[in-house]
Design a protein around this ligand. Structure first.
Ligand code: PRP
Ligand code: URA
Length: 207
């Protein structure tokens, strides 16, 4: 299952973050803002519990989130989405998975993993701005499942059909939420039109 979030507020920000003239400060802000909207959608079905709250006038039957949440940014670019998730669910715990794409083979290379304990019935949110070939996302899901994760959802800012279908084939139980499903991958396995190298643009690695 995947869902592209077409809300005008998301699509407007996506237009600006894609722009080659958007500098790293604004790029970071937009990554946070877009992630908040995507996370809002991705968590729409999480478990709630009924609670009673005393208002100044009476007792109100309300609902609170009743799901343990773990957020896992894929290093390095996923870190650029962390603040957006924590704005929405500040009590979530955070794990990390370090993966980079080998420049020649484009295959993900794992170099770090550290996850908080997963509780039964919890939800784990993998964040990475780019789901290109899908290799990094599949590797992150594999690692999380091995570590005992229950329900997993993926949030990315931009993806393409090719990578998305590989992730769905490998892990049909993991939904993907995104702001855009782009046309294709180029010969360097970059998403086109995409937004370029997300890590470099977030952290100002190149000019
Ligand atoms: C980018 C991106 C994803 C991966 C996507 O990371 O942030 O993790 O590539 O590509 P894939 O779907 O083909 O695996 P990169 O390897 O450039 O590392 P970085 O975040 O450290 O810049
Ligand atoms: N990684 C990126 O940062 N951008 C792409 O388009 C593909 C992989």
């Amino acid at each position: 299952m995947h869902e592209q979030i077409n809300h005008p507020c998301v699509q407007h920000k996506l237009a600006i973050i894609r722009d080659v003239d958007t500098g790293h400060k604004r790029f970071r802000e937009l990554a946070t803002e877009i992630t908040e909207f995507l996370c809002y959608e991705a968590l729409k079905n999480i478990r709630m519990k009924e609670v009673e709250v005393e208002t100044p006038l009476a007792t109100a039957k309300c609902h609170k989130i009743d799901t343990d949440l773990v957020v896992v940014p894929i290093l390095r670019a996923g870190v650029g989405m962390l603040e957006g998730i924590l704005e929405l669910v500040p009590t979530a715990r955070v794990g990390f998975v370090g993966l980079y794409r080998d420049e020649e083979t484009k295959q993900p290379v794992s170099y770090y993993e550290r996850f908080p304990p997963q509780t039964k019935g919890g939800t784990c949110i993998i964040i990475d701005p780019m789901l290109a070939t899908g290799g990094s996302t599949i590797a992150a899901i594999d690692l999380l499942k091995k570590s005992g994760a229950g329900q997993i959802v993926v949030i990315c800012i931009v993806t393409c059909e090719e990578g998305l279908s590989l992730v769905e084939e490998a892990h049909p139980d993991v939904p993907v939420y995104t702001a855009s499903i782009d046309d294709r991958l180029d010969e360097n396995k970059y998403i086109v039109p995409g937004l370029g190298d997300a890590g470099d643009r977030l952290f100002g690695t190149s000019h």
